[in-house]
Design a protein around this ligand. Structure first.
Ligand SMILES: Cc1cc2nc3c(=O)[nH]c(=O)nc-3n(C[C@H](O)[C@H](O)[C@H](O)COP(=O)(O)OP(=O)(O)OC[C@H]3O[C@@H](n4cnc5c(N)ncnc54)[C@H](O)[C@@H]3O)c2cc1C
Length: 416
């Protein structure tokens, strides 16, 4: 269910009673939803100058373009390309970054409480705090398995791989848990990186990989896994992760799999609303928002990205993807501007543009608009599609110029 809100409601909204000199737009989370909204809002306000300021609250110093995180492991791209700093991305703007964690939000007082800094008051709030890694409380995951969802995780994985590669082990045994896109992409990249020295296992508690994906994508993924001799363990529910092994059960049988490194890639669940008094949410924990992406009782608050149950005509709610967050950001930016300019707000609806997965070094599957491309052609198209989605033109040119310098820079790519 999507809660309906009359878009004209916003017009009756008056900014907070403290009579601030400038309207304050406060954006929580500098990921695909938050950063892209901040940039789009900044552009819009340049065209229609308004006395206002934009604050982006984000604890990290780098934005991570998650779909390309895997490329760090094979040195196809470097941290500068995949995870530019906010100071680089926002250098040409007046957006200020508050490096801090949001602890809670008081909607009645229009105040955001931070872990370290003073509370922030706002006139308009955008909430885009993304997702958290799921653990399902499986014993041993926190201490013995590595997650893979941000730059810090990628750095830790790189360190562990380097230690294993420099060890005298003749064979490096890796287990990737989770047969969704992240698990499949990780398994293929790791198999390519380790080559003959690697033995990669992929486990999933269900009977098939990539269940919600088009059949052609599933086939391409299976082919890529087989050609890299990645061992598949389906119907394999992990019971515990231990120092050098995984315990799982498969069709009623207890099994043990030896592993030098375990990667936990079982997906994510949305961040809960950071407040003592929550807001209406779906069973999955996503905030219920109006079609204009506002909170039903607080038209001054917009929620987008993984945290929000954003409308999708076909299936109810948009998937938890960067694609959905990036599509919603310009709508939120427009609506923030429309709210202050007394113009009509736009409703959001998600449009699925296709599916792209990396399936190893310089290999990918791209499926959309009736076409399916695989191998190096798929990889080329995927890379270009993501290049166009990078946050700023300056960053796109930086990435392009590095790519053109290509082999000269090869040594400085990745973490190695
Ligand atoms: C490894 C990986 C690969 C992926 N590949 C793809 C892909 O190929 N295609 C695709 O469409 N999607 C992909 N996704 C999903 C995609 O990254 C998310 O759906 C998307 O990032 C959601 O955008 P968001 O703005 O909601 O959250 P995010 O982009 O995650 O941004 C949330 C931001 O909030 C910040 N934050 C979190 N908690 C707090 C707090 N308490 N206070 C302040 N800030 C906070 C975080 O640091 C982060 O910067 C991938 C995800 C991962 C992890």
């Amino acid at each position: 269910m999507v809660l309906r809100l009359d878009p004209t409601d916003i017009r009756s909204f008056e900014p907070s009673g403290t009579k601030p000199q400038k309207l304050h737009f406060c954006i929580l989370g500098g990921g695909f939803g938050g950063l892209y909204t901040a940039l789009a809002l900044h552009e819009r306000l340049k065209r229609y100058p308004t006395p206002c300021r934009i604050t982006l609250v984000e604890p990290h110093s780098r934005f991570t373009f998650t779909p390309l995180l895997y490329e760090l492991l094979t040195q196809e791209l470097g941290p500068q390309e995949v995870a530019p700093t906010y100071s680089q991305l926002l250098a040409q703007t007046s957006i200020s970054v508050q490096k801090d964690w949001v602890e809670s939000i008081s909607l009645p007082h229009r105040r955001v409480y931070l872990r370290h800094g003073e509370p922030l008051t706002y006139d308009y709030l955008v909430v885009a705090l993304g997702s958290r890694q799921r653990t399902f409380a499986t014993p041993g995951v926190k201490s013995h398995a590595l997650p893979f969802s941000n730059l810090e995780d990628a750095r830790k994985l790189e360190q562990r791989l380097t230690v294993l590669e420099q060890s005298p082990l003749p064979l490096i045994r890796l287990a990737v848990v989770g047969g969704g896109p992240s698990g499949v992409e990780l398994a293929c990249k790791l198999a390519d990186r380790l080559g003959h020295r690697g033995q990669v296992h992929l486990l999933d508690r269900r009977a098939a990989l990539l269940r919600t994906y088009p059949v052609l994508v599933q086939r391409a993924a299976l082919k890529a896994l087989r050609s890299r001799q990645i061992t598949l363990h389906l119907d394999a529910a992990v019971d515990a992760v231990e120092a050098h092994q995984i315990r799982y059960h498969q069709r009623g049988q207890q099994q043990i799999l030896a592993a030098d490194l375990v990667l936990w890639a079982v997906g994510t669940s949305p961040h809960h609303w950071p407040s003592v008094h929550g807001v209406p949410a779906t069973d999955r924990g996503q905030c219920l928002v109006s079609p204009t992406l506002q909170l039903p009782d607080h038209p001054e608050v917009f929620v987008l990205g993984d945290m929000a149950a954003m409308p999708w005509a076909k299936r109810g709610y948009a998937p938890l993807t960067a694609q959905a967050a990036v599509q919603a950001a310009p709508i939120v930016a427009h609506n923030l501007w429309a709210a202050i300019a007394n113009r009509p707000l736009k409703p959001f609806t998600y449009h699925h543009l296709g599916t792209m997965l990396t399936l190893g070094q310089n290999s990918a599957v791209v499926c959309g608009f009736g076409l399916t491309l695989t191998g190096w052609l798929g990889s080329l198209v995927r890379r270009w599609a993501y290049w166009f989605r990078m946050p700023t033109w300056r960053h796109r040119w930086r990435v392009l110029s590095r790519a053109l310098r290509g082999s000269a820079l090869r040594g400085s790519k990745g973490f190695r």
